[in-house]
Design a protein around this ligand. Sequence first.
Ligand SMILES: [Zn+2]
Length: 323
Amino acid sequence: MSAPADLATLPKAELHIHLEGAVRPATLEEFSAREGVSIPRDFTDLNSFVERYVSATQVMIRPGDYRRIVSEYAEDVKRAGVRYAELEISPALGPRTLDSFYEAAEAASDEQDVVIRFVLGLGRLMPHGILHQALDATRNVPSLVAIGLGGPEEGFANEPFVEVFAEARRRGLRSAPHAGENAGPASVRDVLDSLKPDRIQHGVRSVEDPELVRELAERQIHLAVCPTSNLRLGVVESLDEHPLQELWAAGVQISVNTDDPGFFDCDLVGEYEIAGRLLDLDRSGYARLARNSIDGSFAPEELKREIRSEIETWETGAGAARG
Ligand SMILES: [Zn+2]
């Protein structure tokens, strides 16, 4: 079944996207030429990718750089039908940078009709002594909705992060750690037990443990899956081997997302097309996938209701007439 021609007008949310990874490739080229720093192009796995990612952040240093990344991201995803996005940010960013992209996010909401919220992304390699400080630095940020955790999984326990996640939850933030990407089901089990996730970023390797898959489905723990990212970082050998279908068939609530589209040469409509092929989706299947992205988001209930009704309009074909 081929994808509907108006897939880009299907209203949707993006739930797994890293701020620096959202940079347009041309903008990154421009930053890198300006700073006279060349950024390694090739990567084959998480470690070589992180190297590229870190060197990219080293050219995003001028006032306005982050503001521009957020604005351009909003423009790009608007064209992909995104109505709401949660961008994961690094705690290494200083308060001035933070202010500038919160402003950019507000402007995006006004000008593009794309509501942007932020997730504080802690890293498993961060010194444990500064975790609470990182959380405190975002205390007054109204657009922060969740706390996340990323970085290498194998051999890294989540225990040092239990307290800061608990404190974040007390402050009203939701929990959305990465797991089950570069390590197996044990990493997912560990975050379930220790970080009380509302949503798991990736989580695809849960598929190796049927009991865990049943539990994710039963507890409606959302998985924010990124098929092209999984392919580019060697989590799967080919898209045809991606476990999306198994998770979907088992009733796990999944969405598809781009993770780092600026580095993976992908976009959200393309990820929906991949899902459509792997899951053999018809129009209502695509609508269900988009509804999942709303259900797994931390958007306010009122906005969720609004977008769900827009999805329904698309599903019944009125969206197609609008083009
Ligand atoms: Zn990620």
